[in-house]
Design a protein. Sequence first.
Length: 342
Amino acid sequence: MESAISFLLPLFLAAAALLFGKGAVTISNLAGESLQRDRHTPLGGAAAFALGAQILLLPGEAAWLLTMRSGADLGTGVRRFALFFIALGTLCYFSWIGISLWKKWTSEEKPEEEKKPPREPLSPLWIAVPLLLSGVILCLLITGHRVSLRGDLTAETVASAMHTGSLYSVNPMTGMPYTEGVPTRLRILCLPFLYAVLGRVFHISAPVLVWRIFPVFWFLAGLCAWISLSGVCFRDRKKRLLFLSLILLLLFASDAAFPYDGFLVLSAGWTGPAIRAWLLIPSLTDLLLRRKYLLAFLPVLCEGILVWTLFGAKSCALLYAGICLASFLYGRFLKKRGKEGA
């Protein structure tokens, strides 16, 4: 029964990520066209999926904070998550459809000379290398042979919550109530709650949910973030594909030991540090390079609800500040250089 129902969850996650992402990207592109004009760099489908995967965390965090504050059980948390999810999904859907129809009715057709020329055909080798590397990683994640449980109790915590109906009430290692309280900074992280909610809704066991389904989902979302980042860094398609191939090869190369990001992505892809390294950081860089400064707060917020402070929860915030400062200083340098040239 579980094997038949488990296929519904990946479809649900993909549909939710696309819906949330399309709504956010449509609003962002409209604001960019209105405010930035010539400096506007629109976001595409890959960026939409990466953003939608991050937005999916927000209803989970909102429902978990209310549930934790009120002391309610997991069943109440499921209903609250469904309420926030439906409300956010409805907003994104009508924003996406409404703005798309409005732009279609008000836009003027481009003359023939302004239309983009046809793309030059690429050698199959350029496409085959990143596809092959991605396929190998997906096979490793789906089979679960690379799972590493060093220092992680996510699956046990999720299984305990699904069994007892309460999160962080019973120690999953002993089966007894916690003798000491769990730190608040750790309790507010939403991943265990989100996994437990979806596991109960779709009737999937914690090991399958945590160790197989979600690592695949987060890997695909991060891959979309890297694809979008390659588009803003390189105009030539060959360079984009080469960039993606190098990133995937570096992922294998860094799979050496526990602390490295490559090891986390391939062997602990359900954890917050792995999601930050593979999804949040490239997505944040992509948004900042496209001058989407307001939307770029999303990865910073997601890091705060995914990663415990002990594991460096300020990385995205520091990266945001660093890129913005570098952009500001570079702009001042160009203005000063222009005045001296005049």
